[in-house]
Each structure stands twice: as structure tokens, then as C-alpha cells.
Design a binder for this molecule. Sequence first.
Ligand code: ISL
Ligand code: CA
Length: 562
Amino acid sequence: MKKSWWKEGIVYQIYPRSFCDSNGDGIGDLRGIIRKLDYIAGLGVDIVWLNPVYKSPNADNGYDISDYFDIMDEFGTMDDWETLLEELHSRGIRLIMDLVVNHTSDEHPWFIESRSSIDNPRRNYYIWRPPTDKHEPNDWQSIFSGPAWQYDSNTGEYYLHLFDKKQPDLNWENPSLRKDIYAMMRWWLDKGVDGFRMDAINFISKVPGLPSVGSKLPDADRSGMQYYINGPRIHEFLKEMRTEVLEGHDILTVGETFGVSPELACRYTGGDPPEIDMLFHFELMKLDQKTSDRFRYTPWKLREMKEIIEKWQHTLHGRGWNSNYLMNHDQPRAVSRFGNDGPFRRESAKLLATLTLTLEGTPYIYQGEEIGMTNPRFESIDDYRDVELFNHYREQSAKGVPDSELLPGYHRFSRDNARTPMQWDGSTHAGFSTGTPWMKVNPDYSEINVHTELSRHDSIYEYFRLLIKLRKENKTLVYGDFTLLDPGNPRSFCYLRRDDEKTFLVTLNFSAKETELPVQTGSSGNSDNGGWEIKLCNYPESGKKDIHSLLRPWEARVYTKI
Ligand code: ISL
Ligand code: CA
């Protein structure tokens, strides 16, 4: 297997709007990030991924770009961005930028021209269709609720928007559009960026003719997704991007790809060179969300989580490359979702970190995960900020669904769960801003914050640091193979990571009950430890001398064979 820095590296994701506000306007910014670089570097991460910082009217917090070549006013200037890049590089940290090219803002000059007349040269930069029987051209639904088409009275046609109506989809069938996108990517590479996280990248090729779903399919399939996910020309476009832009650059590319199987992931990430280096799949994110209603909870079992992880580890081993994440800016807080944000918050935050950082594939840590931040439970819809939620709310309340029925779903699944301001200390607004934050701080900030965390010798941050160090010192944890132990065990998740040199055993108790280990690792007071030496444990008495045969509630241990 080919080795590379982006396989061995660890990524820290920053959502700039919510990270640190340097000038008191309530919005996080680039200067704020610069202030906190030693904190980030202290974790031992090698790569920072920034969510979009380009000019944007912020219908979807920067995922609606109006100028690819400039920085959003609220976040600072291009000079600030250059300083950030220099400061990261001087600490040995690389920077990857979000690349949003499935759509732009409706305020992008291309779209303004495109909508101006049917024969404008930019008309075909977007996807316009005349009405069908005075209605939408097809029955596709927007991922953010309602039809995926918006009527424009100026020319009497509809344009396609898979996300909000302020995010019109670009027409990748048009070679001039592709040329412009590639030129923009080269421009950022010339500025020194180290890679791209490609937003919704497997949505860019739509099935020609844009067929309607029709009424035959069950409800879950009515979105039209089958006509644009991994569409007919996606591999061709990515290969073209590779030759036109990426070839000859030693960078990292990661695709955000909803609806990809492990086999397909091998096709995307397995070539030489690969179409994209790695991708984010959504199978774990669907564990507790199995219906088409984004805000409906479905119970999940640890066994299912193990099956998914095992399948991805096995299928991609030697044939592609994984990326591992338990949350990001679109998902609930991992500790609230997969862990226990009550009495075992600290233990379970560390346990989840152990999982992310001991699998094959590149690990991604999202801001606040390293201090165990939790989901807020805002009591009023007004406290939320996300366009996805508001569009959903508008649709549901128009149908007469009361707030009290909608709030539990928002508490659990709103993307704002991950977007509340970073909790730096116990002062007003958690030290995020001296002004009024753009979104309320989670009320638990006086207990959960960086300052409190760093003052403890057993902090979650410190545990992340130790795990990262262990991974860096042991390439077996990066490249080794994966064997699941005791797959049917409903409470413990245990596995081996192995190569010619070493074997690691990871044991995770995903429950508040004591659980037996599937492997003989010796017991308290017993010198026969089965040849296992403990390297890391999320309980205070690191277990070095005292090796229990039972896993305590939410206990995580990493052993190595001696
Ligand atoms: O398709 C999905 C589920 O039905 C989504 O998970 C989809 O893949 C996801 O919403 C795409 O997210 C990305 O693009 C959005 C932006 O709002 C998100 O923040 C971004 O991560 C539009 O640019
Ligand atoms: Ca600011």
C-alpha cells in the first residue's frame, strides 16, 4: 500500500463562524482562528479543514458562494487568510479548503447574468427548464424541503436547486463552466492550499433529461436522488479535474459523498492516481435516521455500527482509503448521539475518540469534540439559525404540525447542534465573543469549556493528544488490517489492528454496564496478562498495573501485544 502524509495525518475541522470572534461582532473570524493556533497545534493534528470562508450572502453559512476569489467580510480579508496559512504552515500544519462547486449563490455574477435572459452566454452555467403543464419541470424534491425548482418570472423558466433556492445548481454538462471551475481551483493551489474538501461532489452529474420519479416509487425514494447521486458522468468529471487541476500537486482531496457504497468508494479512491483520495460516507450517520424524514429518530444497535465499520474497513483495505468521522458541522454532537452526555460524558467522549483514532483511514476531529461538547436543547425555534431547519419548519407548520412535535426532532438532529459557539471558558458567552454571538452558546458552557478542561490532568483534550501521539508513533494503527472480535456482543466493540510488526487490541464498552472482554488480557493481581500490554485507557488509574478482565462503563482501552 502506498504511504502518504494524508493517510498518516489527522484533520481538525473548523467551522469559522463559531470558533472564535476576534472583534466582538458576534461572528467567529480568521483572526480568531489565528489566536487559537497553538491550542490546535497542541493536539498534535497535522491538517486543518476550514468550512467555506468565501464571499457569501450566508443563506447557508458560506455554502452559497458569491465570489470564489475573495473572503467573506465577516471573516476578514485575504490578508488575514494569508496570515492564517503562513501561521499554520510555520507550525507544520496543512490547510484544506472547502470546495463548493455543485452550486453557487444566486447572488454570484454568473447567476445574475444567467437569469438575465435566455440567450445570455452564461445561461447554460445553470440548469434551466421551461415549465411542464405550468408546473415544475420534474418532481424532484430539494434536500432542504419543497420542490427542487424555483420559477423565475423574468424568463418564464425554472432553475434547479438541490439545496436552498438561494443555491442554484451549476450545469457541469457545460465545458465552459468546468473550465472556469478548474481555473479557480488552480488559483487557490497557486496560493498554497494543501487540498480540498469537495462539497456534495457526487451530485454534480445529473441524468440527462432530468426524469421525474413518478408516483410508482415508495415515499423514501421520491427525492429524485437516484437521478443525480453518482450520476452518469461523475467519474469522467473527476478524472478531468485530476488532469486539468490536481496532477502534479501533492495535496489531499476528500469528497463529501452521500449515497456511496464501499465498492463504489473503491472506484472513487482506489485508482492510481485516485479520482479523489478519500471520501465521507454517510452510513453511520444513517444509523439512527433510517426514514426519509431528516428529523425522525430510529433506534439503532451497536451491532449495526460494528457491521458498517467492519464492512468499510475490510472492503477498502488495500483497495481505497477510508476517512473516519463521527460528526461534523452537519451532524449532532457525537457524544450526545453515540455516547452518553449525562453521567459518562467524559468517558464516552474519550471512547468515541478512541474509535475514530484507531481505525484504518484518515481521522477527522470536529471543533469541540476534544472537550466533549454536547447538543444544546433550545426551547424556542427562534434560537435556531439553520436554513435547513427553517425550511422544514415552514413546511411542517403550514401543514399544522405544532412546535411541540417538531422540537424533539430538532433537538436531536438539527445541524445547529454542532454550530453553537466554541466554549473557551466560563465567562459570558463562553469566551467566544465579547459581543452577542450569532447563535446562543450552549448553556452548559460554565461546566464544559476549554479552560476548565485544560486545568484537569485527565482532560478529554489530553486524552485526544495521547491518542494522536500513539497513532503517530505506530503506523500499524494507520495502515494495519482490521479484525472485529465478538461481533454479536451487544455492548462491547472490540477489534485488532495488525501488520507484520505489531498487533493492537482496542476494547470499547458502549454501555453504562460492566462488560466482559472477549480476549484474555489478565485480571487484577494476575501476572498472566495474555501477552497484552495496555497503552491507553480512559479511566484515571490508567490501568497500567491493574488490568481488569471487565470493562467498566464506557471504558476504552488500547493494548499492544508484547
Ligand atoms: O443528501 C443529504 C442527505 O439527504 C445530505 O446529507 C447532503 O449530502 C448534505 O446536506 C450536503 O452537505 C453539504 O452541502 C450543503 C451544506 O449545507 C452542508 O453544510 C454541506 O456539508 C450545501 O452546500
Ligand atoms: Ca468577528
